[in-house]
Design a protein around this ligand. Structure first.
Ligand code: MTE
Ligand code: MO
Length: 210
C-alpha cells in the first residue's frame, strides 16, 4: 500500500487532494445516528430488486465471510472537506457480488442499504468500478464498530457518504432513486474531483427531480 505519488511543490511532496479538500491525520468518525450493535445470528447480506433471474440472494455472516477476499487502495473524501488518503481496504469487491448475483440487463442504478434504513444510490458504473469494495478491513485490521464493522462500502472515486457503514444489502434498480443524503441536499452523483457536493449544483441528467 502507500500514499499516491504526489506532485512536487516547494520541495515537499503534496498528496493529491480533490479541490476544496484538506488532508486529515488520523481517521475521524462521521455519521448520522447511533452505532448499531452487530448480532451475527441476525445479520444477513441481501441482494434484491431487479436481479437477472428475479430471485433474491441472501448470505449469512459466515457465508459472506467465505466469499473471495480482495484489497484495493483508496481514499476517503468527506464532503465536510477532510480527506484520508491511501488506505488499503480489504473485503469483497462489488464486482464479485455482481458476478455472484447478476443484475437484470435493465438495471441502471444500485441502492446500497445499511442498518436503520440508511441508504446511498450509485450509478451501476460507479458500483461496478474496479475499486468499489464491501470492506471488512482497513490496513489489515478489522473495522471497528464506529467505522462500520462488520461491513461497509467504500467507493474511493466518490464522496464518502456514497459508502454506507453497517451495510446490509443492495437493491438493483431500473431507474434512479435518491438515497438518504441525496434526498437531503447532497449531490446525486458526488464526484469529488468535480466538486459535486450539493444537489443545487446538479445539472440535467445528474439525478431525479427533487
Ligand atoms: N450508515 C451510515 N454510513 C455512513 C454515513 C452515515 O451517516 N450512516 N456517513 C457517511 C459519511 S458522510 C462519511 S464521511 C463516512 C465516514 O466514514 P468514517 O466514519 O469511517 O470516517 O461514512 C459514510 N457512511
Ligand atoms: Mo461525510
Amino acid at each position: 500500500m502507500g500514499h499516491p505519488v504526489g506532485r512536487e511543490s516547494g520541495g515537499a511532496v503534496q498528496p493529491e487532494l480533490p479541490p476544496g479538500q484538506r488532508l486529515q491525520r488520523g481517521w475521524p468518525v462521521t455519521h448520522y445516528g447511533p452505532v448499531p450493535k452487530f448480532r451475527p445470528e441476525r445479520w444477513e447480506f441481501r441482494v434484491f430488486g431487479a436481479t437477472a433471474d428475479g430471485e433474491k440472494r441472501c448470505w449469512t455472516h459466515d457465508e459472506f465471510s467465505a466469499l473471495p477476499y480482495g484489497t484495493v487502495v483508496g481514499d476517503l473524501h468527506c464532503v465536510t472537506k477532510f480527506s484520508m488518503l491511501g488506505a488499503e481496504w480489504g473485503g469483497v469487491l462489488a464486482r464479485t457480488i455482481l458476478e455472484l448475483a447478476p443484475p437484470a440487463p435493465a438495471v441502471t442504478h444500485v441502492m446500497v442499504w445499511a442498518e436503520y434504513g440508511f441508504s446511498a444510490n450509485l450509478r451501476l458504473e460507479d458500483f461496478a468500478a474496479e475499486r468499489t469494495i464491501f470492506a471488512t478491513h482497513k490496513d489489515g485490521e478489522l473495522l471497528t464498530a464506529e467505522h462500520g464493522f462488520p461491513l461497509r462500502l467504500v467507493v474511493p472515486h466518490l464522496y464518502a457518504w456514497k459508502g454506507p457503514k453497517w451495510v446490509r444489502g443492495i437493491e438493483y434498480m431500473t431507474a434512479d432513486r435518491r438515497g438518504f443524503w441525496e434526498e437531503r441536499g447532497y449531490h446525486n452523483v458526488g464526484d469529488p474531483w468535480r466538486e459535486q457536493r450539493y444537489s443545487y449544483q446538479e445539472e440535467p441528467g445528474d439525478g431525479p427531480e427533487l
